[in-house]
Design a protein around this ligand. Sequence first.
Ligand SMILES: [Zn+2]
Ligand SMILES: [Zn+2]
Length: 376
Amino acid sequence: MATQISNAESHIETKIPATMQAAVYRGINDMRVETVPVPAIGPGELLVKVATCGICGTDLKKIHTGSHSAPRIFGHEMAGTIVKMGPGVTRFALGERVVVHHHVPCGECYYCRKQTFAQCPVYKKVGATAGFEPSGGGFAEYIRVMDWIASSRGVVRIPAGVPFEQAAFLEPVNTVLKGVKLLRLAADDTLLVIGQGPIGLMHAALARRTGARVLTSDLYPERHAIAAKFGLHDSIDAGKEDVVERVFKETDGRGADAVVLAVGGNALIKTAMAAVRHGGRVMLFAQTQHGEATIDPGAVCMDEKTLLGSYSSSFEILDEVTGLVFGGYRNGFDLTQLISHRFPLERAVEAIEVASHPQADSMKIMIEPVPGAGLD
Ligand SMILES: [Zn+2]
Ligand SMILES: [Zn+2]
C-alpha cells in the first residue's frame, strides 16, 4: 500500500512496509536489533515514522536494572512524521511533523488537581508503542500513537525550520524546566549544578534565564566547553578543584542557595548537601532508583537544608516549553549542540553501550532509523 504524502516543502512517497527494525529489550543488559511487525493502528490512532529518538537516562536504568518485564521497545524522546491515521482522526494530516509524548496526564484526578501530574494513574499508562508492552517505542522505525495521546496535547506539531532533533528535546527540557521552577530561584541566588551532561547543562542554562548566578561542576573540561556555548562560564573542574570549597569561596563562605544534583547514583548527595548554605535547597534530579542513602539529619533539621526532588514532565508548562525549544533553535537555545553521537537503528546496541558509559566526548546520543533524518 502506498500513501501519497505532501506538505509545503516536499512531496514524498512513503510506502509503509509490513515489518521494521527495532531495538528490542530482551532482559537485563540484553538489547537486540530485531525485525518486528510495523504496528497496526485503530480508530483515533496515528502511525508515526520516527526520524530520531534521544536516549534518556531512564531508558538506560530500565535496561540495566531489569525494572520492567521483557520484551519491550523503549525510547520516548522521539520526533517523526505522521504516515497513517486511524478512522476518526481529524486534528492531524498526513505528512505533519510531530513530537509524540509517550504519556499524558488526565488533568482531572486528585494528583492532577494537586499539579503532581507524574503521579496521575493515566500518566503512568504509556500510550506510544512499537510493539510488545507499550514502552515508548522510539527505538524503532514506526510507532503507534494511541487514541488518548493523539486526542490530547500529547502530539505536538513541529514548526517549519525546526529540525526533528531539536524538537526531540521537548520532553527532557520539560522535565528540566519543571525542576528549575520548583527551585524558585531569585535573581540574587547562586545555584550550583553538579554534572554537565545534557540534563545538568540544560538545568544550568534554564536556571541562568531566571537571572540567578549559576556555577557548574563536572569532571570533563569538554563539557564545560559545550556549556560555555550556552553562556555558562562559571565552571568548576571537579577533577582538579574541591567543588564545595570553591562554592564557599564564590558565596562569601555561605554556600550556594540551591544545588541541583544531575549525576546519577548517591555518591554526590553528600557533596550537594555540603555545598548548599543553611536554609538552602538541594534538588535530586538523577536519583531514579529506590535505595538507601546516608543523610545527616541535623543538616535538614538544624541547618534547615531542604532536600527535594523532581521527576518527569509537567503538562502545565507545555506551551512555555514548546516556545523555548522551537523558538530557541535560532535564538540561543540550539540543543542540537548537545548531541555528540547519532547512531543508525542497526547500531542501536552500540548506541546504548556508549550512552551507558559517558565519556568526555559523549553527551546526548540519538538513534535515527534513517541516518541524517533528524536534521530535517
Ligand atoms: Zn527522558
Ligand atoms: Zn490525572
